[in-house]
Design a protein around this ligand. Structure first.
Ligand code: MSP
Length: 694
């Protein structure tokens, strides 16, 4: 059956939505619209994750019950999805899933029962009762191993989570365990046989190394006396299900697993398996735990798990309320069109990698690509049709007897030239969108904008209009531009639904670009003589200085969206492990000056044959020749992750030979944990190659 199911994560109901949440919804919404446009019956899920200790605590702090807390946060999510055109009323999600829905609780109980009856691939019971002893981060809703927390400075204090820098909870209690350790081979064979199962590839490799590193059984329940806000374990109500077990299952309960009513309304078999969109921080839950649970329950695995990067501020720092570098949804909503935000998010972030988001960058892109790009192409074309062609679509053909005349103006008389270009671009665009390469898809669409713009500028319709003999030549140029606009409206509809519909209407077309399959577009279907609509600018230019100054003064006023007492989990800046390391001996500045540290950029990176740990790098230090440098980081970095990256090099280290290669310097990296995991030092601002660190 021609169906598709796409999901965003379901968001914790302890704090209010922010840009990161909006982003995944925009991605999901774009995918859903693109599929629907191609007549694929699509189901798009988003929602909230409402159980667990973190929500319980946020509620307590705010003086609410956990349910009131969840309702409160959901009201902000609903406000966001409505304001940004992502809800059902705007053609967006099909379900806003809430894990407190009774049908979900029914479904997840059924799922638990299935798993608890299962045998692992190694013939053991998939779920068993045991005793859990260890550390738990409420904010991550995850158990933490030693390399995942900072050791306390004072003996007796709890360690702190590496992600949130908040104290961990000590858990020592009876617990049900999922025998994850028995699923390593089964999971590895899935990753092996389905290379697209976890994407992008470098994330897949991380997941594979994690599984190869050995899996530990997972505690999947808490005593009700410790965590009461959750789904009771079937037949043992003294236990509450682990919130991730509960939350992940939402993807199947939403469409009917374990519940008749949902099954009738949606249909599990009809839509499963799903494409899961997740942030890289929650990949392990989706790519390891979830498939293992599904294997146990004998349910087909997801279609794919695709991890995106994080939005950072324009300087590459993590967004944080403490630093004051967050992007506020109410500011976005007040100053920017939804389409401009969607375009920016999809164009600016290379899907999978981290991206940088700032109001200035958003205004720059909106002005250059939208107002001066697509918007300008549309208004100049339509204004000329209004002026020179009496507001009717001109003919796209030059009569035989006018061919020579047309040729003299330099206008291409062969209509297949533009048609061929746009058809090729359409194929590329659709291919990129199918591969979730949004940024590339948009680059391709903009190559059409540039091509058509150039065609107009070269043909100078304003001069052709002065010569009655060139009326047809003028018409042909404008027809080609208008037909290209029709194609662009169809292609860009999933990314910018409002603007596409507006341009569509201005072209005088009926129906909606939402209903046209881009792969079925045929050049020349724009009808000659049809009247165009009212011409209006679709993307007005934004006055950057004015808007930035207004945003800045807004910031100093109290926020229009009251953050509410529940908004307690703003991301915090990480303390590094080095903070905890006491300095034991001091050096003089002259000692330090002996080390020549330079900025370098990795040009190439490859593995060294028969050396598991080594990568061979070519690094540009701004010298005549790039340096050849060996780095013992191959177990932690994929070569392609490093290409283009700015690094710090010890440039005056005596060259030495390793495995037959001369290493002409050393890459600087932090090293942490017992195994000395390296994290390469880098820069968040632009800096030229060869600059000295001092
Ligand atoms: N409740 C879990 C998910 C359960 S799914 C069965 C959860 N919720 S969350 O609210 O903390 O985060 C949800 C998503 O927001 C994650 O995918 C995370 O990556 C994403 N983002 C949070 N901050 C972000 C940015 N700054 N940029 C992009 N996405 C970010 O985890």
């Amino acid at each position: 059956m021609n169906t598709f199911y796409v999901t965003t994560p379901i968001y914790y109901a302890n704090s209010l939505p922010h840009l990161g949440h909006l982003y995944t919804m925009i991605v999901g919404d774009t995918i859903a619209r693109a599929k629907r446009q191609r007549w694929i019956e699509t189901y798009f899920l988003t929602g909230t994750d409402e159980h667990g200790i973190n929500i319980e605590r946020a509620a307590q702090k705010a003086g609410r019950t956990p349910q009131e807390q969840a309702d409160y946060v959901v009201s902000y999510y609903k406000k966001m999805t409505s304001e940004f055109g992502l809800d059902t009323a705007h053609g967006g999600y099909d379900i806003f899933m809430r894990t407190t829905e009774p049908f979900h609780q029914q479904g997840v109980s059924e799922f638990w029962r299935r798993v608890s009856k299962a045998k692992t691939p190694k013939g053991n019971a998939a779920i068993y009762k045991g005793h859990y002893e260890g550390w738990f981060c409420a904010a991550c809703a995850a158990y933490k191993t030693e390399d995942e927390y900072h050791k306390p400075k004072n003996e007796g204090d709890p360690p702190a989570c590496l992600v949130h820098d908040t104290p961990l909870d000590r858990v020592s209690e009876e617990s049900y365990f999922f025998r994850l350790s028995d699923y390593d081979e089964a999971l590895l064979s899935v990753f092996e046989s389905r290379p697209d199962f976890v994407r992008p590839e470098y994330r897949r490799n991380e997941v594979i190394s994690f599984v190869r590193g050995g899996l530990q059984d997972l505690s999947i329940s808490r005593l009700k006396t410790s965590v009461s806000w959750g789904v009771p374990v079937p037949d043992d109500p003294a236990h509450t299900m682990y919130v991730w077990f509960d939350a992940l299952t939402n993807y199947i309960t939403a469409i009917g697993f374990g519940n008749e009513e949902r099954q009738k309304a949606v249909g599990f078999e009809k839509f499963w398996p799903a494409l899961h969109l997740v942030g890289k921080d929650i990949l392990r839950f989706h790519a390891v735990y979830w498939p293992a649970f599904l294997i146990a329950a004998d349910i087909e695995l997801p279609r794919a798990i695709v991890a995106h990067g994080m939005w950072l501020d324009p300087n590459g720092r993590k967004m944080s309320k403490t630093i004051g570098n967050t992007v506020e949804l109410d500011v976005l909503n007040k100053y920017f069109s939804t389409d401009a935000i969607r375009y920016f998010c999809l164009r600016e972030m290379v899907f999978g990698q981290d991206g940088r988001f700032g109001y200035e960058g958003l205004i720059d892109r909106a002005n250059s690509d939208l107002a001066s790009g697509w918007g300008n192409l549309s208004s100049r074309t339509l204004t000329m049709i209004a002026r020179y062609c009496d507001s009717r679509i001109p003919s796209g053909l030059i009569p035989e007897d006018k061919l020579l005349l047309a040729k003299r103006t330099g206008v291409d008389t062969d209509e297949t030239t533009v048609a061929g270009f746009i058809e090729h671009a359409r194929d590329q665009f659709v291919h990129h969108l199918d591969n979730l390469a949004f940024s590339k898809a948009l680059e391709t669409a903009w190559s059409v904008v540039a091509r058509v713009d150039k065609m107009i500028t070269d043909a100078k319709p304003w001069d052709l209009a002065k010569d009655e003999n060139q009326k047809q030549t003028l018409g042909v140029v404008l027809y080609r531009a208008a037909e290209s606009l029709r194609w662009l409206s169809v292609l860009l509809y999933p990314v910018m639904p409002e603007a596409s519909a507006a341009i569509w209407k201005q072209l005088g077309l009926g129906g909606s670009p939402a209903q046209l399959d881009p792969t079925q577009l045929k050049w020349g279907e724009l009808k000659e003589s049809a009247p165009i609509g009212d011409v209006q600018p679709v993307f007005p230019r934004m006055d950057k200085a004015k808007i930035i100054s207004e945003i800045t003064s807004d910031k100093t006023e109290p926020s229009t969206v009251a953050p509410g007492p529940a908004d307690t989990t703003a991301p915090v800046v990480h303390a590094t492990q080095a903070d905890a390391v006491g300095v034991t001996s001091f050096i003089e500045i002259d000692d330090f000056a002996k080390v020549d540290l330079r900025v370098g950029q990795v040009l190439t990176a490859e593995r060294v044959p028969k050396a598991d740990k080594l990568l061979l790098l070519k690094v540009d230090l701004g010298e005549e020749q790039p340096r050849q440098i060996l780095a013992g980081i191959a177990q932690y970095y994929e070569p392609e992750q490093l290409i283009g990256r700015k690094v710090v090099i010890v440039a005056n280290l005596k060259p030495r030979k390793l495995r037959g290669f001369e290493s002409q310097g050393m890459v600087v990296a932090a090293s942490y944990g017992e195994e000395g995991r390296p994290v390469i030092a880098t820069f968040t601002e632009d800096v030229p190659n060869g600059a000295r660190l001092k």
